[in-house]
Design a protein around this ligand. Structure first.
Ligand SMILES: [Zn+2]
Length: 468
């Protein structure tokens, strides 16, 4: 669909017809994503939210047993792996027994893709999804329409937590779809899906000049929810603040974000400018882990989406422990991923603290690094926890770290008010603390850092040769 938006045919349509097209596409996708039993799925998800910890463990145990049994019977890769290590799903007595099974990685799945597909699914009924593969290893997964419906239901849970009304909702989107041709430099920088009552704002056109138009249109449209890429929401907030604009969106209940690491200072800025709560969610293409944000502003793992384990990965100079998430996904029975290493790191709260929202879903303190955001140090460490180096340097409007060789980093900075040399020296010192002194760091000033082809602004761009 992205292709169609960038086609000459679409670009040449008048705005009204582009709106009509966005509406038609919205209607079609709404049916594809929801399926026919969305109410039943929603009810199922809702009922899980009132379970206590013991009931949640019991539910997860049942789901893991069912998945192991299915994998053993129908999935060649697991059948032979289980035989190799002498594991029988009948021996599985508690969730802790998962540690008996080997971890799998993206490389393993890619190299054995055919063997991961369950034999009891007809291949012609399956759909494929692939990672963009801009960095690291790309991966193609097989799935069925059931997975799409479930995935949609879980995303709806996050929107419900954020306060999206069940009926008559209005949603503004600020994400990666190229709905407004790149060549266009006058408003409207948005298109309207009248079917879904969704206003699609272009993440590519946010600039100092266009920001006031975005704000005015947001005020007029008056959405309940803004669903945005963190980088786009942050840019818009920056420009609005610098222009002295404070958006007044009366119905706004929350800003839902996902798909990129959202830095603390960026998040605070967006919350302040829009006077709104932020509901950041973590999901991944592999669909093994979903982390949502509740009304109390805390991250919760969705226990009915998958079972998550945490591998200690790193401790920083402040003693903060980082954990890599390993996921066993419940949704994809076509291509089950059991103990899948996501490469993404989080920090965890000490002990099991209660949350004001009343749900007993396990909490995560912060989502630190995505494997896509990693650099490699001269001594061979992979650091995906660099996001925090910017927090004590004032006046950074936008930053990006580019690694071209194993011992050089270029930090691209778009300066804002308050930026100074002391702050820059501080920034370099912070990076060196993490990388070791063997890294050469150059800071360069940029007028702007533009989003990539997918509309996102990557925190880290790695131009190192791909790993094997
Ligand atoms: Zn909560």
């Amino acid at each position: 669909m992205r292709k169609f938006y960038s086609s000459e045919r679409y670009k040449r349509l008048p705005v009204a017809l582009q709106n009509a097209f966005v509406t038609l596409k919205g209607a079609a996708y709404s049916f594809i994503r929801k399926g026919f039993d969305s109410h039943a799925l929603n009810a199922m998800l809702l009922s899980a939210e009132s379970l206590d910890q013991e009931q949640i463990r019991a539910m997860q145990y049942r789901k893991v047993v069912s998945l192991l049994d299915h994998a053993f019977r129908n999935v060649p890769y697991y059948r032979s792996k289980f035989a190799e290590i002498g594991f029988n799903p009948g021996d599985f007595k508690s969730l802790d027994d998962l540690s008996l099974l080997p971890l799998i990685t993206k490389e393993i799945v890619r190299d054995n893709a055919g063997d991961f597909i369950a034999e009891n699914y007809r291949r012609k009924n399956l759909v494929s999804g692939a990672t963009s593969g801009t960095t690291g290893v790309s991966l193609t997964l097989k799935m069925d329409s059931r997975l799409i419906h479930l995935e949609h239901a879980f995303a709806r849970r996050q929107f419900r937590w954020a306060g999206l009304p069940e009926h008559g909702s209005r949603c503004a989107l600020l994400r990666g779809d190229m709905i407004v041709p790149a060549e266009q430099n006058t408003p409207p920088f948005w298109r309207y899906d009248a079917w879904g009552r969704e206003m699609w704002f272009s993440a590519y056109h946010v600039s100092e000049l266009s920001a006031p138009y975005y704000i005015s249109e947001l005020e007029r449209f008056d959405p309940h929810i803004i669903f945005a890429y963190p980088s786009a929401a942050y840019s818009l907030s920056q420009f609005a603040a610098e222009a002295g604009r404070k958006p007044e969106i009366r119905s706004l209940r929350g800003i839902v974000t996902s798909s990129e690491t959202f830095l603390d200072f960026e998040r605070r800025k967006v919350a302040e400018v829009f006077g709104s709560k932020i509901f950041d969610w973590y999901g991944s293409f592999e669909r093994v882990i979903f982390i949502g944000t509740c009304e109390d502003g805390r991250y919760h793992l969705f226990p009915d989406y998958g079972f998550t384990e945490f591998l200690p990965s790193d401790v920083d100079e402040d003693g903060v422990e980082y954990h890599e998430m390993v996921g066993t996904g419940f949704l994809n029975r076509v291509m089950p991923l059991i103990r899948y290493r996501t490469g993404d790191t989080v920090t965890l709260p000490n002990g099991n603290t209660a949350c004001g929202c009343g749900r007993h879903f396990r909490q995560v303190s912060s989502i630190i690094g995505r494997s896509d955001d990693a650099i490699v140090t001269p001594d061979g460490r992979r650091l995906s926890t660099l996001a925090h180096v910017f927090k004590s340097t004032p006046g950074i409007r936008r930053a990006q770290i580019v690694q071209d060789t194993i011992d050089t980093l270029t930090v691209r900075i778009v300066r804002g008010p308050g930026y100074n040399e002391a702050g820059e020296a501080n920034l370099i010192a912070h990076i060196l603390e993490r990388t070791g002194s063997g890294m050469r760091i150059e800071v360069i000033q940029e007028p702007v850092i533009a989003p990539g082809k997918n509309g996102k602004i990557k925190m880290v761009v790695s131009n190192l040769p791909k790993r094997e």
